[in-house]
Design a protein around this ligand. Structure first.
Ligand code: SF4
Length: 348
């Protein structure tokens, strides 16, 4: 299947997004999202190759909700986050924010959306300018969008420093003077100062010490309760995702294979890949034993993914149909979708 990028500027005539929101309507809807990257031919006269990074992903996110997007490195979860924020352009598909189609919006229209949609990256140090003082970096989004006068901006910076648990004196310091956890708090403060309604958190605690990870996760939860912001929380670590998510979507090789409410997913995982991810989470109690699920081999290449179910080359339950037909997400229980032939037929 070859999917080409849409023509430039298809969103130029789209209506502006309101900041008020509407009850009952999802904040974010992603429908059949694809992103293929063209790469160099392997052979001079061979066919053009494409990396199928995101392959038909659909999900929604409610106001103030956290959706955890989890999967192995290279499965396309970070690409999905970048597509949502227009850092990358989709090959095809639709992204709606508060009911408005924002797919391929022109850059000038994205300026207003940046008030509502922000991102927190994995490595706080590379996300911060080493030559700028912390206070200036937190204030910068207000400067860019022309919000408030100098006094009001300074007040908002102090308010955000307090909200993320940093001393007011941090405004005069530089990133290298702070610990990794403090740097990530600065990044969070800068993302929140515009009061966005959605933050895409891309592995926000992966670069931090384990002891600091829990603090930052708890901080994100506290800030969500206070500012009513929704998170698309991307992580390879299911145990981290568990602590913060309301719902979880599991991704494998560019496709979603299972989505469910957090407790439903952990109590009743249905997809063999989800079961393997959960089985791999260490339990800090030697008396508790969990059934082990060993996955053999690495994920196949997204350049030439397997036909049928993309997981069939590693799945311990694979049957002939798995290599021949692609399973689609179907309800296995209320609010619980699974893409697996054997779950659909009741054999799993
Ligand atoms: Fe395994 Fe087949 Fe289900 Fe894929 S469809 S997860 S290969 S049982």
């Amino acid at each position: 299947m070859s999917i080409e990028a849409p023509a430039a500027g298809p969103g130029a005539d789209k209506p502006p997004v309101s900041r008020s929101g509407a009850e009952g309507r999802p904040l974010l809807e992603v429908k059949a999202l694809y992103r293929y990257f063209g790469i160099k031919k392997r052979h001079l006269f061979g066919p053009a190759a494409k990396v199928q990074a995101v392959d038909g992903v659909s999900f929604s996110l409610a106001h103030g909700e956290t959706l955890g997007l989890v999967g192995e490195s290279g499965c396309g979860k970070s690409t999905t986050g970048r597509l949502v924020l227009n850092i990358l352009t989709p090959s095809s598909g639709e992204i709606r924010f508060d009911g408005v189609d924002i797919t391929g919006l022109a850059p000038e229209d994205w300026r207003a959306l940046r008030l509502d949609m922000q991102m927190i990256f994995q490595d706080p140090l590379s996300a911060l300018d080493p030559r700028m003082k912390i206070g200036d970096q937190i204030r910068e989004p207000l400067d860019i969008h022309g919000i408030g006068d100098a006094r009001e901006r300074a007040g908002k910076v102090n308010e955000m420093l307090d909200a993320v648990g940093l001393p007011l004196g941090a405004v005069q310091r530089y990133p290298h003077e702070l610990s990794g956890g403090q740097q990530q708090r600065v990044v969070i403060a800068r993302a929140l100062i515009l009061r966005p309604r959605l933050i895409v958190c891309d592995e926000p605690v992966s670069a931090l010490d384990v002891s600091i990870q829990a603090q930052v996760i708890n901080l994100l939860k506290d800030l969500q309760a206070r500012f009513k912001v929704a998170y698309l929380f991307i992580s390879h670590d299911l145990s981290v995702v568990r602590h913060i998510s309301d719902r979880i979507a599991v991704m494998y090789l560019g496709q979603l294979v299972e989505t469910a409410a957090r407790d439903e997913l952990f109590d009743r995982p249905r997809h063999p890949y989800t079961k393997a991810l959960i089985a791999a989470i260490p339990i800090p109690d030697p008396r508790v034993r969990r059934e082990r699920v060993i996955l053999h081999g690495d994920p196949p290449s997204a350049i030439d993914p397997p036909a049928g179910c993309r997981f069939h080359t590693r799945c311990p339950h694979a049957k002939p149909i798995c290599g021949a037909e692609t399973p689609v997400l179907k309800p296995a229980a209320e609010g619980h979708l699974v893409a697996c032939h054997l779950v659909e037929s009741g054999e799993l």
